[in-house]
Design a protein around this ligand. Structure first.
Ligand code: NIG
Ligand code: FE
Length: 419
């Protein structure tokens, strides 16, 4: 089946070369004004300027013409850091924070990640799947066309495996590329408070072998932070993950400067994520590496923390991606349009930079760059059709409006109304 989409006001992020963007390259967003796009069997087959369309042979063979009548079309967002498998929301902690408690205070009194783990332990695999599937549908309608999902609210062998099986099932049914990350090292369960090594051993000796055997994860992650996993524990766990065939991602420098960025670089991590608290050494280390810095500004927004120093990172030449961190504790939203708006408003990233960081670089941060992340021949027709907007900058500028008219996944429009 071939479809030609005509009269596209702007076709955004058109690329022939598949390349991770670093530093000043992020500001270069290739666009074709007044364009057409050909979709065949769910993939992008061709595109170009409208005025050249009459010479395209495929026009004669086309079964289907969609007049986009002035929509801007972008590749769907690639959200490379989420925790969308969770059992329940945590808005009472949100109120606790309004009343003055910090994220660390809440964690210390058994709230936070441990609160989510308690709820998840008592939720069936089927219920967890249904809850996560619903969230997935919601974020696809908001423009996400590829996603990474972490475990980490299990914290026992059974519950971690249960989460990863849910992600495996989502991979089968979701229709968009999904990557799975094992985050057993998210927090120490209460019963291991006095014997943390025993929990590390559980990860190494009980969780990882099952995960490897059942092929349940693509990546290993750890929350490297004071009160959570220290550098030595993070290194041990990540190395065991590497031995089990998993690439590394690290929750790094969210609440303090821990050396986790440098550790990630040393372990050739695919990405180090968060990066609210950076020093010169961490920035230099990241800039001179192949590791992607994934910024999660809506977590900083929600927790009233320092925003990531995006300008410094870009000026130093780092490869930057943007992701939502969708989770019940620190970023209860998977709205990538809002992530982009906050990145422009609070981190002074340019509209072109945020689109590159949330599409092509997000794709690289979960190794799906050959399938999605740009308008390129052979990639999936996973596309955002905007409402009538005066310019691309209007998207992050008009931060409270939903400017997405339609989302196409594998060449088929999502139903924007039903779930
Ligand atoms: O990425 N920082 C650690 N993990 C999550 C928060 C998880 C939670 O509070 O439930 C994050 O922000
Ligand atoms: Fe996270």
């Amino acid at each position: 089946m071939t479809t030609i989409i005509t009269n596209i006001k702007q076709l955004v992020n058109v690329r022939t070369e598949n390349k991770l963007l670093r530093g000043s390259e992020l500001a270069n967003l290739p666009i074709i004004d007044n364009a057409y796009l050909v979709v065949q069997d769910g993939l992008i087959k061709d595109f170009g300027e409208m005025k050249k369309l009459s010479t395209v042979d495929s026009l004669q063979l086309t079964e289907n013409i969609i007049d986009s009548s002035g929509a801007t079309i972008l590749p769907t967002y690639c959200d490379s850091h989420t925790h969308i498998v969770f059992a329940a929301s945590r808005e009472s902690e949100f109120v606790d924070k309004i009343n003055g408690l910090t994220y660390a205070d809440i964690a210390a009194k058994g709230g936070g990640i441990l609160n989510s783990a308690n709820k998840l332990a008592n939720t069936s695999e089927e219920d967890l799947y249904n809850l996560a599937y619903k969230r997935l549908q919601e974020v696809i309608k908001l423009g996400t066309g590829a996603i990474e999902i972490k475990s980490g609210y299990g914290l026992s062998v059974d519950a971690e495996i249960k989460m990863l099986r849910v992600i495996k099932e989502l991979k089968k049914n979701a229709g968009i590329p999904i990557k799975s990350t094992f985050l057993g090292a998210h927090a120490f369960p209460i019963q291991y408070k006095e014997n943390k090594q025993a929990y590390v051993n559980l990860i190494l000796k009980d969780m990882l072998p099952t995960i490897e055997k059942e092929n349940l994860a693509d990546y290993i992650d750890a929350f490297c932070e004071q009160g959570f996993f220290d550098i030595a524990q993070t290194e041990t766990i990540c190395k065991a993950g590497i031995n089990a065939g998993l690439k590394v991602k690290i929750h790094a420098n969210q609440l303090s400067s821990t050396g986790a960025v440098q550790l990630g670089v040393k372990l050739n991590a695919l990405s180090v994520d968060h990066l609210e608290i950076m020093d010169d050494d961490a920035i230099k280390s990241l800039a001179s590496s192949n590791t992607i810095g994934t910024l999660l500004p809506t977590a900083a927004f929600f927790l009233r923390m320092h925003y990531q120093p995006a300008r410094q990172l870009i000026d130093a030449g780092c490869a930057i991606a943007l992701a939502s961190d969708f989770n019940p504790g620190s970023s209860p939203s998977g709205n990538m349009n809002f992530v982009n708006a906050v990145s422009c408003i609070q981190m002074k990233m340019l509209p072109e930079e945020v689109i590159n960081a949330s599409t092509i670089n997000g794709a690289f941060a979960m190794e799906v760059e050959n399938e999605v992340g740009s308008i390129s021949v052979g990639k999936k027709a996973n596309l955002i059709f905007t409402k009538d907007i005066p310019s691309l900058a209007y998207l992050p500028y008009s931060f409270g409006s939903n400017l997405i008219d339609k989302v196409m996944i594998n060449g088929v429009f999502m139903n924007q109304n039903n779930s």
